[in-house]
Design a binder for this molecule. Structure first.
Ligand code: ZN
Length: 304
């Protein structure tokens, strides 16, 4: 049996540059996916270019983080000030990959799931913040992936679950098959996300907010939440199950009100002003996934 026996700090250092590169691609996704023209949404074959002057970026000006520092945050051709978002997304993704191995066992399915979810949240946070948009091109595949991630557990079942004590190795891709490992188990739904919970999360993620939104639209005669928010809840539900998904919705709403209400009081925003709710959902997700059960029991304790 092949086992990974590298010190965590070593894995962390090894993964950081990959995170920076992934973050660099994240910037491409954030810039291109919300574009109106289909040709502008091409994130695969179109080479990197300056968003301002369209000059192709040479490879040595396209090194994550270092080039931004070297060029002092300006385009080499036209001097356009490159938004701080670019190095920020690279650093965040670098930290995501470097930090992931401290929280989740490297190489397991739950690790892949956690990293993928974190990466998607970084990208969606910034598309929503800058363009008020949560691209379908990201969210629909994530819905499918969330459900697919439950399949190894389904296929392997009891047989592989018995070998969980052998240490961190690739076989645990199956044994650690799914669920919130290394994080407090969701006692409501069990320690793993099974296909039923995943599908339920997907359905409820769309269904419940769609109904609320319908009611809101009827009462306030506005569009309410954007459809992108439902899709985001749907894939988060498919990833983490229905209960964490409801927690994320609750946490996001709480955060949204915490930012929105003071803004409204300051008359900088009316009830009609659009706030990027996807950003609130993205911020709430890690808190709920890792600390949700603890927060819930603390809350229930307060109620008694
Ligand atoms: Zn330029």
């Amino acid at each position: 049996m092949f086992t990974i026996d590298l010190p965590t700090w070593f894995l962390s250092v090894l993964l950081a540059p990959f995170g920076l590169i992934l973050g660099s691609f994240g910037n491409v996704l954030i810039h291109r996916l919300p574009q109106e023209e289909k040709a502008d949404r091409n994130v695969v074959t179109k080479p990197s270019h300056c968003p301002s002057c369209k000059t192709p970026i040479r490879w040595f000006h396209n090194v994550p983080l270092l080039s931004w520092l070297w060029l002092r945050g300006k385009c080499a051709a036209c001097g356009w000030r490159i938004p701080v978002r670019y190095p920020l997304v690279e650093c965040l993704t670098g930290a995501l990959l470097a930090g992931s191995v401290w929280i989740l066992p490297f190489g397991t399915l739950i690790w892949i799931k956690g990293v993928l979810c974190g990466y998607a949240l970084i990208v969606l946070f910034f598309t929503d913040l800058t363009e008020f948009m949560l691209p379908d091109a990201i969210q629909f595949p994530l819905m499918a992936l969330g459900v697919l991630f439950t399949l190894p557990q389904l296929i392997a079942g009891q047989h592989l679950t018995r070998i969980t004590t052998t240490g961190w190795n690739f076989l645990e891709v199956f044994t650690f098959a799914n669920g919130v490992q290394q994080a407090p188990a969701w006692s409501l739904t069990g320690p793993v996300v099974e296909w039923q919970g995943s599908l339920l999360g997907l359905t409820v993620g769309y269904g419940v907010p769609a109904l609320l939104n319908q009611a809101y639209k009827w009462i306030r005669k506005t569009d309410g939440l954007g459809m992108g928010d439902f899709k985001m809840l749907a894939w988060l539900g498919a990833f983490w199950g229905w209960a964490p998904m409801v927690g994320i919705l609750f946490g996001g709403a709480l955060l949204g009100s915490a930012v929105g209400l003071p803004l409204m009081l300051l008359r900088k925003a009316s009830g009609q002003t659009m706030l990027p709710f996807g950003c609130a959902l993205a911020l709430a997700t890690p808190v709920v996934v890792f600390y949700g059960p603890a927060l819930l029991s603390a809350y229930l304790g307060l109620m008694q």
